[in-house]
Structures are given as C-alpha cells and as structure tokens.
Design a protein around this ligand. Structure first.
Ligand code: MGD
Ligand code: MGD
Ligand code: SF4
Length: 813
C-alpha cells in the first residue's frame, strides 16, 4: 500500500496467523484466519498453555474494529483554531511528511527555548514496545513527562500485593485445585485478567469448589456462584477484617505458613490482647501486632451494620474459608481498591489470603511466573545537554508531592498519577505543557471528571493524537495520526498469566493496513527522529539506528516497519534464540517463534517464595515494614510525620495503623440528602476497554450483561428504589452527581442492592464514529459514567478512584 506497509501473511490462500488480542488486559494469544488479505476469523492460539484455543465473547468485535468504516485512514490537521465540544475541528487531510515536519517544528522550538520539559507524552493501552515512543524517545527529547494510563487502570491492586508480599503486579488464581473462591467484586467471566481461561475452566471449577461473589451488583459470575453477597459499596474492608478476625478466633489460620502459638493453644479471643512472645511466626510477619492493634475488635457484629452482610453470613463464610484453606482464593477487583481509601482494603483482602496460607499454594493465589525477555534498550546515553536540563524538571503529574505519594514499589513518586495531569494543565502547576502527544488513549472519555480533560486540552498549544478513530480526545487535537489496529496491522508484544503459566505473545501485521498507516510505537518515533536529524538534532535517530539493529543480521533499521520488527526481535530474543535459552518453550530461531507467536514459561514453582519475598522482612507482612519504610521516607522528604501524610492523602489512620491493614470509612461524595443513591460502575462483558462501542456487535449484544438491554445504555435500579422515585422499566432517566449529569434508560433489576444504581461503563460516546454516538461530534449515545465520577484519587498508589460511595440523584427525564 501507499505507506509501503507489508504483511507477513500470504494474500491469496487462507491461513491461520498468530497474533494477540488486546481487547482487555487478558492479552490472549490468538490465531487469525486470513484469506486474500482479509482477517475473517479468530481463535485462541493452540500453543498457549494459559488459555489454549478458548476465548471470550468479545474477541470477534476486534474484526469489526479493524474494518470499522469510521477509521482514520490518513493524517489530518485541525483547521479550526477554536476548540470545544460543540466546535467542529474541521480536520483536513495532510501528508505524512507534513505531519511529521509539524511535530519536528514543535520539538525544535522547545529545544530552542530550553523548554523540552513542556513536551508531554500520554500513553493509554500499549504493547511492551511502547517504551520506545513514550519513555525513551521522550527522554532523548529532554522531557521527564512519559505519562502512562496505569493509574486509571489498576495500580491500587498492585499496591495490595506489594505491601504484603513484595510484588508490584497482578495475581493469577489457581482454579484447578481450589476449594473455595471468595471474590470481592471480580467478575472473572466478564473482566479482570485471563477471562478466556476462566470462561473455559469455570464449569470444572464449579464442580469442585464453592464460589461466593461479593458485589453490590449481580454480575455474570454471581449468576453462576453458590452465594452472592450484595455488599454496601465501599465497605469491603469491614467484611475482610471481620473474616480475618473470625479466621483467627476459629483457629483457622494456615499453620505451616503463618506458624502457631508455642503451646498450640489459641489465644485469639475477641477484644483481648495476645502476648507476642507466645506466638511463633514462620513465613509471615506481624500477626499478633495486627491482631492487637486492629483485628481484635473487628468482630462480625462490628462489621454487620457497616457492610450490610449479616453476622451469621460472615461467620458461615469464615467457616467455609477455614475448611477449604489453603486451597482458597480471595480475589480483589478495581471495584474494591480503586477507591479514595482503597489501599487498606487492598491490603486487608490480600492479608486474608496470607492468613489462610493461600499464597503460592496449589489451589491458591499466585504471582505471575517471570518471563526472561529483554528490556527496550536504554536511551540514557543519547541525552544531550539541552535534554539533560529538560529532564531536571518536575513531572507534570505531581507524583511524589506530599499529597501524591504514588508509592510504586515503595518509592515516593515511583508511580504515575495520570488524572492529575488535567489539573496540572488547568492550573499551569508545575507548568503549562506546550506539546502533548496522546497515544492509544482517550482520557477525555476514560478518566473520572472526563470534562476536565476537554477543558485542559484547549489550553495546550499543540496536541497530537495517534488513534484509529476520531475519539473524544482527538476532538481537541490539532493533528491526528492514523494508527494501525493493534491486533492485525502491527508488531507488538504482550504478556499474561493463568493456569500456572505465564506467556508472552506477539502481534504482527497480518493484513494490509486500512489506509496510509505507519506502525506507532517504534515507527512514528523513527519518522520524527529522521526529520529531527535533518534539522541537526541527531540523537533520537542515533538512538534508534544504533540500538535497534536486527539481532539476526546486525542491520540497522531503514523504515518504520523494520524498526518495529527489530524491536520485537530484540525484546523477545532470549525466548527464541537457542544461544540465549533460559527457560520455558524452546525454539529453533526467530522464524519458528514468529509462526507460533507465543512462548510459555515453566509451570509455577509452588512455595518457592515463602520467606524469600521482596518485602523488608522477606516474609508475608501483616504488619508492613515495607509500607512503614516507604511512608517514612515520603514523610521525611516533606519534613513531616507519617500522620501528616495520612491526612494529606485523605486517610483517617494515625500512628502505627498506617502500616497495617485496618478499617477506613469510605469517603462519600455528595450529601446523602441531595444524592441519596450510590453509583456502582462496572465493565460490560463486551467492553474492549473504551474502544468497542462503534461496532454493531457491541451494541446489538449488550444484554449479555445481567440486567442490561440490547442497543441501549441502561442503569440498573432496584424496583424498591424505582417505585419510590416513580420510575418504570424503560423510562429515560437523568443521573446527577456533584460532578455532572448524564442521560440513559432505567432497567428495573433486582440484581442491584437497594440504595445503589449500577451502570456499565462504555457508552456515552459523543465522538468515535456513527454507531458509538447518536450523532457523531454532536450527541452522545447514552451517558459516560466518567462525567458523573469526581476526579478523586487513592493517593498512596496514585490511582484514580472510580468506586466507593459516589452519591447520585436519579430522576425521570
Ligand atoms: P481507551 O479508552 O481504550 O483507553 O482508557 P484509555 O487508556 O484512555 O482508549 C483508547 C483510544 O485509543 C481510543 O479511544 C482511540 O482513540 C484509540 N485507539 C483505539 N484502538 C487503537 C489502536 O489499535 N491503536 C492506537 N494507537 N489507538 C487506538 C482505558 C482505561 O479506562 C482503563 S485501562 C481502565 S481499567 C479504566 N476502566 C474504566 C471503568 O471500568 N469505568 C470507568 N468509568 N472508566 C474507566 N476508565 C479506565
Ligand atoms: P472491574 O471489572 O473494573 O475490575 O478488572 P477488575 O479489577 O476485576 O471491576 C469493577 C467491579 O467491582 C464490578 O464488578 C463492580 O460491580 C464491582 N464493584 C463496584 N463497587 C464495588 C464495591 O464497593 N464493592 C465490591 N465488592 N464490588 C464493587 C479490571 C481489568 O479488567 C482491567 S484493569 C482492564 S484494563 C481490563 N479491561 C476490560 C474491559 O474493558 N472489558 C472487559 N469485559 N474486561 C476487561 N478486563 C480487564
Ligand atoms: Fe482475551 Fe480480552 Fe481479547 Fe477476550 S477481549 S479474547 S479475554 S484479550
């Protein structure tokens, strides 16, 4: 095609070609049936040890995304200087050469005025190659502002594991051998990670194990569970603590992991202290301290009025957990962790896994097996003096400030605070960026307080967006660069874990690109670097040509396509090169690996990390020395004590409680008198993050979610509340929070806890295409939950808060 984009599949005869789905963070390895240059069919990759050929219901939607007639097919430039939702940007086509020259102009201007830090790269969804565009290219230009979407995704989840077992990452759940699954908001048949695997195995699991789903909303998984616990939103911490209390009172902790009283006599009695010297802990740390400071008073009676789950049910659940331990699993969703005070709920629920000995056990909760791939080559040595000065500036997202500890891996300011960027732009604090490059992101749709992003983007001189569709972010951009569809048109790398394995799989260009498209994570930086070199700024091109040589031939890349392919080979080389073999699947070389498209790890090594965890004490920490160190360092940096950090981040804890899982009352947004119901946001089973709404298969099948309807954006309300409000099934309604109002349709559904209203995220697009919106660029289809959600944070991780107690008012429209 025009951009010289070639494919690896034969154009004439049909064949299955390996690639990876990026519809959600399951990142399933796939094979796509390609015939005469068209992608026609999709199935799971038979070589995957994680999910095999199984799939989820939304995999095929990828085909409609690929062949979406509304896709952007060439670069376009805004011709209307005014920006606003009601203002047509009047995009006009321009050539790639002119588009790249324009970006180079902007970068050169920043260099000339010594303001390279005012270049901001924003990353939404991504592959493992994205460091080239987002991190390293940005670094060589001289900007510290490589901003990812991770804090909109699930950083608070990782925090829960890090400050207990020292792993900043996600869990896999060994459902083959488990006896009891207690899920806090996770709906594994719809969302979370490894949906394909769980969908295919869940039936077998239900034959062997019991499942209880704690969620104010009756989810697809709740529909198949033994028990549904419609908890009061934001109160999972109380339930978790009461279960931990009860496990101890029952003497049900897992002794080979946690240890025991010296004389074997259980002294955990409600409201009574225990002498620390009487307990001999094995692979854990701080149990008695935790009991004395927190747990001893967290009785089921205490929790009942908070969480709305009866004392009897809590007692019964605790017995079931104890009976099944250590083959038990406590699952944690964004719903319970991405809350203003969600960090301690994350820790509480994972500590419950620790108490029950589920950590690293058959039938328990596992870390992801490691993958010995290479990192993207460093760009540090290519930073010149102007760049080095730019890098000294504070990052635009305010990470590390007193009120934003963002303690990724225990480091003050180690994590990102994605949503704070909008605030920083609006307040020009620490400074107003001049150039914003958005990649694979749609923050004016996907971030809480979404409208702030619209306002913020109008303040920036030059916004470029790399995108497949003209989305709500694109609407505020000056330049749009058409992106290849991630699954069918480009190189890329993804990792996932499940079924006791991790896998790494690649994406590759399988079909001719739909338009004049260049690979984005490596190819676009390559094009810009070439242009910059022609103007005398050679370092970015030096970095790309010298560090991204084909590992097989040693050749430097000469095109956007080549650099993307070489980068894929470089990162995966330890997996396919027989000379570098470390573990897992073996290959004869790159070509065999490319064809199979996937590498599988060795099976999980159970219990290998017991007493070898990457925590301060090497143990599983109920009293987190790791968190204590992190908070004390952050406090010291700001010349305050830990209590002040707690206060600045919105937590209520004082003293040592800050270092232990403890109860934090959920913060309520909106006066209960004005906003009496609580919003429960969830993902549709058909959401491919924010990207699937412009496909007919999405809109026509939305009734796959319990209580939802085809071709409609519904909010599910309990008939008790609906009757009180005079609302009938199918009525148009307006939902209003302190943040804003949206319109949608009422669905009367007993599967929501009275007092709450549940609505899937995903609708409410007013741009993106002819199907996603009612009228493209003018009228939304339904309402976007993020216009209701306040721009609140869980600040210890830097995460945005989407859940907890978000008060809303519901009226018949
Ligand atoms: P998307 O919304 O998927 O990602 O939020 P974002 O990171 O903003 O938007 C990606 C954008 O990239 C699209 O709008 C389109 O403009 C463009 N695009 C689409 N396909 C491609 C492609 O193949 N290549 C490129 N280069 N561009 C493409 C995701 C974020 O949303 C996440 S991860 C989560 S977990 C959150 N989920 C969530 C929720 O559950 N509820 C609510 N209320 N909000 C949420 N927002 C968060
Ligand atoms: P969500 O599915 O966003 O989170 O996967 P999870 O971490 O599992 O979960 C929100 C859940 O919490 C919903 O079931 C909601 O009903 C429930 N909930 C809300 N408030 C509360 C509460 O107070 N208490 C309890 N107990 N539950 C509550 C996230 C993961 O999913 C991520 S990060 C991404 S990026 C992927 N995106 C994605 C997608 O876009 N679509 C689908 N279908 N699956 C996806 N999988 C991935
Ligand atoms: Fe796998 Fe998610 Fe794609 Fe479904 S949408 S096939 S679970 S990556």
């Amino acid at each position: 095609d025009k951009a010289g984009y070639t494919t690896t599949a034969s154009v004439n005869s049909g064949q299955w070609v390996a690639t990876t789905c990026n519809g959600c963070t399951s990142f399933c390895a796939k094979q796509v049936y390609v015939q005469q240059g068209r992608a026609l069919h999709i199935r799971g990759n038979e070589f995957s040890k994680v999910h095999g050929t199984s799939s989820c219901p939304r995999q095929y939607i990828a085909l409609q995304e690929q062949y979406d007639p509304d896709r952007l097919a060439q670069p376009v430039l805004r011709t209307n200087p005014k920006k606003g939702r009601d203002i047509d940007p009047q995009f006009k086509p321009i050539s790639w050469d002119s588009a790249i020259a324009l970006i180079a102009d902007k970068i050169m201007a920043l260099r000339e005025s010594n303001e390279t830090h005012k270049y901001v790269a924003l990353r939404g969804r991504y592959s493992e190659l994205s460091d080239v565009l987002i991190k390293n290219f940005t670094q060589v230009i001289g900007s510290p502002n490589d901003i990812t979407h991770s804090a909109l995704c699930a950083e608070a989840d990782k925090l829960g594991s890090f400050f207990t077992e020292g792993d900043w990452g996600y869990r896999q759940y060994d459902i083959q051998d488990t006896r009891y699954i207690l899920s806090f908001g996770v709906d594994p048949l719809s969302a979370n990670r490894q949906v394909s695997y769980y969908c295919s195995e869940w039936g077998n699991t239900l034959d062997k194990a019991q499942v209880a789903i704690v969620d104010p909303r009756y989810s697809a998984s709740a529909a198949k569970a033994d028990e549904w616990l419609p908890i009061e939103p934001g109160q999972d911490g109380a339930l978790g603590l009461a279960l931990a209390h009860q496990v101890l009172v029952l003497g049900g902790w897992h002794k080979p992991f946690v240890g025991d009283f010296n004389d074997g006599i259980n002294r955990f009695i409600a409201n009574r202290d225990v002498d620390e010297n009487t307990f001999n802990e094995l692979h854990t740390h701080g149990l008695v301290h935790w009991w004395n400071s927190v747990l001893k008073t967290c009785t089921p009676e205490w929790a009942e009025p908070l969480c709305g789950i009866s004392k009897q049910q809590i007692e019964r659940l605790a017995i079931k957990l104890v009976d099944a331990a250590p083959r038990v699993q406590i699952w944690r969703s964004r719903g319970v962790q991405m809350q203003h005070r969600g960090a301690y709920t994350a820790m509480t629920l994972h500590a419950l896994n620790g108490l029950l000995g589920a950590i690293d056990q058959e039938g328990g909760v596992l870390k992801w097996n490691s993958v010995p791939a290479n990192k993207i080559p460093s760009s540090k040595k290519y930073v010149d003096e102007i760049g080095a000065n730019g890098l000294k500036h504070e990052k635009i997202d305010r990470r590390g400030r007193l009120e934003f500890p963002a303690l990724k891996e225990g480091k003050s300011g180690g994590g990102v605070v994605t949503n704070a960027v909008a605030q920083s732009i609006l307040e020009a604090d620490p400074y107003l960026p001049k150039v914003v490059l958005g990649y694979f992101n749609n923050f004016s749709f996907s971030a809480p307080g979404a409208k702030r992003w619209e306002e913020a983007l109008t303040k920036v001189d030059f916004v470029a967006h790399i995108t497949t569709n003209v989305s709500e972010f694109s609407w505020y951009a000056d330049l749009l660069l058409p992106a290849p569809h991630f699954m069918f048109e480009r190189w890329g790398i993804q990792k996932t874990s499940g079924n006791r394995y991790s896998q790494l799989s690649i994406t590759q260009p399988l079909v001719p690109a739909m338009g004049e498209i260049h690979e984005d994570e490596c190819g676009i930086p390559w094009l810009i670097a070439k242009e910059l070199a022609s103007r005398g700024f050679t370092e970015p091109l030096d970095y790309l040509t010298q560090e991204f040589r084909d590992p097989e031939t040693g050749k430097s890349p000469t095109s956007p396509q080549e650099i993307a392919e070489y980068a894929t080979k470089i990162v995966t080389q330890p997996l396919w090169d027989p000379q570098m073999y470390k573990s897992g699947d073996r290959f004869s070389g790159w070509e065999e690996f490319r064809q199979k498209g996937i590498w599988n790890s060795e099976p999980y090594l159970f219990r290998a990390r017991w007493s070898h965890m990457k925590t301060a004490t090497k143990k599983f920490e109920f009293y987190s020395d790791t968190l204590k160190l992190a908070l004390e360092k952050h406090a010291k940096k700001h010349h305050v004590g830990v209590d002040e950090v707690m206060q600045a981040t919105g937590y209520t804890a004082t003293g040592e409680k800050a270092f232990m899982p403890h109860y934090e009352p959920p913060f309520r947004y909106g006066d209960p008198k004005q906003y009496p119901l609580l919003l429960v946001d969830h993902k549709s089973r058909l959401n491919r993050e924010g990207r699937s709404a412009n496909t007919p298969w999405y809109q026509n099948n939305l009734d796959i979610d319990p209580g939802s309807r085809k071709n409609a954006d519904v909010a599910k309300i309990n008939p008790i509340d609906a009757n009180a409000l005079g609302i009938q099934d199918g009525d148009p309604i307006t939902i209003t929070s302190e943040q804003g109002s949206i319109h949608c349709t009422a669905s009367l559904f007993e599967g929501v806890r009275p007092g709450t209203i549940a609505k899937a995220y995903g609708q409410g697009h007013w741009a993106y295409g002819r199907i996603a919106s009612d009228k493209f660029g003018a009228k939304a289809r339904g309402g976007n939950n993020n216009e209701l959600l306040p721009p609140a944070y869980e600040r210890l991780s830097g995460s945005s808060a989407f859940y907890g107690q978000i008060g809303v008012r519901v009226e018949k429209a």
